[in-house]
Design a protein around this ligand. Structure first.
Ligand code: ADE
Length: 325
């Protein structure tokens, strides 16, 4: 069991042996410590299930990954990236926290914050669009979370409304760091992921297409398509796409297939529907700049009139969520 939690809580068991000597055992949390409940989501390599810690009765979301499938499909690297990244981003209200990891013969388990209100994507699908107040509220939190990631050397690379979850107070939690990039981490020669010693070991990791395409077509930045390079500003591009989508219901670059979508992105072929508020139009157009160097920085976005009445800082995470509209 060389793939286990780092810095995770253990519980302690006292037991007397045959000679009456008290032995103290520390036991890692494992599958048996949780009661599993409803399925929250299913992906191609994982299932997320609601679960309760039997001792504390605290609820979590547990992401269960099938080891055989991951190894067969050569996704070990991404699983390790997700774990290392979440370990690095331990403490921000806008990012899903990883509490424990463990495994059994079949599966890997990530014990995560439960976000009981689901995906921002589902909210948007149900309402069609969000008004300015809601858009400002959710996008300010997203921006703050992205700021924190970037300051901790993490580029998400797959920001989209499906990866923005909502907690019990309707505050966002960014999830799915499986395609994130860790900056300032020396790349080991064997291609194993960065800064942890307790990953799945003894499994050869192929890195066939270094820096190959990651992300979701509609949110991919032009520089990734033309130069195969994604940096922090690629997350800012995706942030611009999401902001546009919250206000008008669909992402700015959308076509019937990925190729056509990529063509639109490269040509910066998008338009604002009538009624798209001017102040949002101004911000989005400065985020969706083809040249990443011309895109606004996070500091510049915070200072944009769109966020005029938002106070960035910890109070952002105690604001009451506006009524959905
Ligand atoms: N679906 C995927 N991850 C989730 C989480 N952490 N909480 C709730 N639903 C989820």
């Amino acid at each position: 069991d060389d793939w286990a939690e780092r810095g995770a809580a253990v519980h302690v068991q006292r037991e007397a042996d045959a000679n009456g000597n008290v032995q103290i055992k520390t036991i890692k949390k494992g599958v048996k410590d949780f009661t599993f409940g409803r399925i929250l989501g299913e992906g191609s390599f994982s299932t997320v299930v609601a679960a309760t810690d039997r001792q504390t009765l605290r609820e979590y979301a547990i992401k269960i990954l099938d080891k055989r499938h991951i190894i067969k499909e050569k996704k070990v690297k991404y699983v390790n990236i997700e774990k290392n990244t979440l370990n690095r981003l331990g403490d921000h209200p806008g990012i899903v926290r990883l509490y424990y990891t463990f495994q059994d013969e079949r599966s890997l388990y990530f014990v995560l914050d439960l976000a009981p209100n689901g995906e921002l994507f589902s909210v948007l699908k149900k309402l069609g669009t969000l008004n300015m107040e809601c858009t400002q509220y959710y996008s300010a939190q997203l921006l703050d979370a992205v700021d924190y990631m970037h300051n901790h050397g993490v580029i998400h690379r797959d920001l989209k409304p499906e990866n923005i979850l909502l907690d019990e107070n309707m505050r966002i939690k960014v999830t799915d760091f499986g395609t994130a990039k860790l900056l300032g981490v020396r790349k080991p020669v064997d291609g194993t992921a960065g800064d942890s010693s307790d990953n799945i070991s003894s499994i050869p990791i192929e890195d066939e297409r270094l820096n190959s395409f990651v992300g979701t077509a509609e949110y991919v930045s032009p520089e990734l398509l033309t130069d195969k390079a994604a940096g922090k500003s690629s997350d800012i591009w995706a942030f611009g796409c999401i902001l546009y989508q919250l206000l008008c219901g669909k992402p700015p670059f959308k076509a019937s297939n990925e190729y056509q979508t990529f063509q639109k992105i490269i040509k910066l072929e998008y338009s604002f529907p009538a009624g798209f508020p001017q102040v949002a139009r101004d911000l989005v157009s400065k985020l969706l700049a083809t040249d990443p160097l011309k895109r606004l920085t996070i500091e510049q976005i915070k200072a944009h009139p769109f966020f005029a009445d938002v106070v960035f800082g910890p109070t952002l995470w105690s604001r009451k969520a506006p009524r959905l509209a």
